[in-house]
Design a protein around this ligand. Structure first.
Ligand code: M7G
Length: 321
């Protein structure tokens, strides 16, 4: 099935599609975030399933007050052990697809080699990327990663998909952007709010393309984001938002991550990957006219050893790997 046709599937057909998943192997799993990445096939084509147990609805006091209720909280329990004033149990939660689903499941199909690398377990390497290394290794790689690989971005920008999810749009082709829920968010848990901002302009692949001429624009995007998010989700205030970008990103069309600062976004918010948007703006402001833009800067980040940037790039140029 062509990717375009896959987009047009109804929600029932999409459920039938994922049911056809044939297990191949576990790519990675994380006991802390209760997440598992599984590789398999659908109709003999590689597919990746990412399954994550949902968080408790801490903001819904009624639901939490009923947690020990047999009918709509924990339906059955077994004592594992006890010691003095301490008791610990295993429990079965009453789950409901609308009000309290047990898991969030994502499907990538057809999955590319890059997806399999990204979602697989891998060792990491720290890279100090100078302007020279950026030109030598990243520019040719970024060329390859544009086009079809960011079709999902173009689908959002043209309102072809996810249009009804848009939280805010500034439609200006040069200055504008779309703010919408990130696929990682369950769209209900306020503490784990995760939104993504995709800019309309197509000339910025990553922060490397930003320079001093973008300062005013970035500042207005930053304040428009904060205003739109706090007006839409009134429980959240400006000081509760973490607004940042990734370097390296997975997708080379400029986008910004917006999360609740309470949310543990794991690696995605970690040093060596996440850079606060306001820090980037400040760095540009402090930059001399000779340096002018991030194309002439050095960035340090981590990379997975499975990634093409490492295997076909840095591994061969860094001494003593
Ligand atoms: P990134 O830094 O390029 O990649 O951010 P990474 O964080 O995945 O390494 C891209 C962001 O866009 C991530 O937070 C993704 O979860 C999110 N995202 C990716 N896709 C394919 C989609 C999508 O189709 N829809 C939405 N709403 N978000 C997506």
């Amino acid at each position: 099935m062509a990717t375009d046709e896959a987009h047009d599937l109804t929600s029932v057909e999409s459920v039938q599609l994922i049911r056809k998943f044939q297990f191949e192997r576990v790519l990675n799993h994380d006991t802390r975030s209760k997440l598992i990445n599984i590789l398999g096939t659908i109709d003999s084509t590689p597919a990746i399933v990412i399954a994550e147990k949902t968080a408790f609805a801490a903001h819904d006091e009624t639901a939490i007050a009923n947690l020990l209720n047999v009918d709509n909280g924990i339906s059955s329990m077994r004592l594992l052990d006890r010691n003095d004033i301490y008791r610990w149990y295993m429990a079965v939660l009453v789950q409901d697809l609308e009000a309290s689903p047990g898991a969030k499941v994502s499907l990538i199909w057809p999955a590319t080699k890059t997806h399999v690398e990204k979602y697989g377990k891998q060792r990491r390497r720290m890279i100090r990327e100078t302007p020279e290394l950026y030109r030598k290794i990243l520019i040719p790689y970024i060329e390859k990663m544009r086009g079809d690989r960011i079709q999902w971005v173009y689908n959002i920008l043209s309102h072809k998909v996810e249009a009804d999810r848009i939280v805010y749009e500034n439609p200006d082709p040069r200055e504008g952007f779309i703010l919408l829920p990130d696929l990682k968010w369950d769209r209900t848990t306020m503490d784990s709010i995760y939104l993504v901002v995709i800019v309309h302009r197509r000339d910025i692949a990553s922060i490397r393309d930003l320079n001093k001429s973008h300062i005013a624009w970035l500042k207005s995007v930053d304040s428009e984001i904060i205003q739109a998010v706090t007006q839409t989700y009134t429980a959240i205030s400006a000081t509760q938002l973490r607004v940042y970008v990734h370097y390296l990103p997975s997708y080379y069309h400029f986008h910004i991550h917006v999360t609740n600062v309470e949310h543990d976004a794991g690696d995605g918010a970690a040093v060596g990957k996440a850079i606060m948007l306001s820090d980037l703006i400040a760095r540009l402001e402090e930059m001399s006219d000779e340096v002018y833009g991030f194309v002439n800067s050095t960035f340090t980040y981590w990379l997975g050893e499975n990634s093409e940037v490492w295997k076909d790039g840095y591994a061969s140029v860094i001494d003593g790997v």
